[in-house]
Design a protein around this ligand. Structure first.
Ligand code: PGA
Length: 255
């Protein structure tokens, strides 16, 4: 059985003070939600403070990005060894990194390898653009991203993949649960071919893109979908708590 997973990606939001306030607002209720793994990904500058606040809780911490080199003259970058010990997860290949900062599949591949070397758990983001979707090229795009990131890497059953169609991110237009479930099943099939069935069955695959407290139930009700990567709605404590609680309840019932 895969443990359901809800991750909050705060993106470039919250000052250090605001981040602490947001954690305080959510801490108790998130901590009490059982049967679902909970993850917060605040900006880099808040990782140390949030790490301290999450000690003795069931909530985990992740970074939103990292560079693949371990140290050196890379002004402004954060390395895997700076993150390990501080957080357990790292989001890699988010479509905003790919779109605004030119991250290619090759770079994402190097980052996945570097994260694993430093014992960080990657959350690999993949998703088709609107034009690819409209041209019926969703599966081609996804297959290229998954294979590009993971080919040549030993099977990792504790990998997390987030399927985030670019057209659904931050637009208020979530994919339908049918579309999301079908593409997630396709991703699992790609992993079966790339690695093997038993590893692929253990990889958690999330949906992301305009998830909120109103639509999470549809996604969580699908056995193919193991949870969500939440952007905008993770910045509102009531919303995020509701997303986590509904997921715990729906997935708990399905067991
Ligand atoms: P959104 O972002 O929930 O604001 O659409 C999701 C993401 O980019 O992870």
């Amino acid at each position: 059985m895969r443990v359901p997973f809800i991750a909050g990606n705060w993106k470039m939001n919250t000052t250090a003070t605001e981040a602490e306030k947001l954690v305080l607002e959510m801490l108790d209720k998130l901590d009490r939600a059982k049967g679902v793994e909970k993850l917060l990904c605040p900006p880099f500058i808040s990782l140390v403070a949030v790490n301290m606040m999450l000690q003795n809780s069931s909530i985990k911490l992740g970074a939103q990005n990292m560079y693949f080199e371990t140290e050196g003259a890379f002004t402004g970058e954060i390395s895997p060894i700076m993150l390990c010990g501080l957080c357990e997860f790292v989001i890699l290949g988010h479509s905003e990194r790919r779109g605004y900062f030119g991250e290619t599949d090759e770079i994402v591949h190097k980052k996945v390898k570097a994260a694993l070397t430093s014992k960080l758990r990657p959350i690999l983001c993949v998703g088709e653009r609107l034009a690819e979707n409209e041209a019926g090229k969703t599966e081609d795009a996804i297959s290229k991203q998954v294979t590009g990131a993971l080919q040549g890497i030993e099977p990792i059953s504790n990998l997390v993949v987030a399927y985030e169609p670019v057209w659904a991110i931050g637009t208020g237009k979530a994919a339908s649960h049918e579309q999301a479930a079908a593409t997630i099943q396709f991703i699992r099939d790609v992993l079966v071919k790339l690695w093997n069935r038993s590893v692929a069955q253990n990889v958690r695959i999330l949906y992301g893109g305009s998830v909120n407290s109103k639509n999470i139930a549809e996604f969580a009700s699908r056995p193919e979908i193991d949870g969500a990567l939440v952007g905008g709605a993770s910045l509102k404590s009531e919303e995020f708590i509701s997303i986590v609680e509904q997921t715990a309840e729906i997935k708990g019932r399905a067991k």
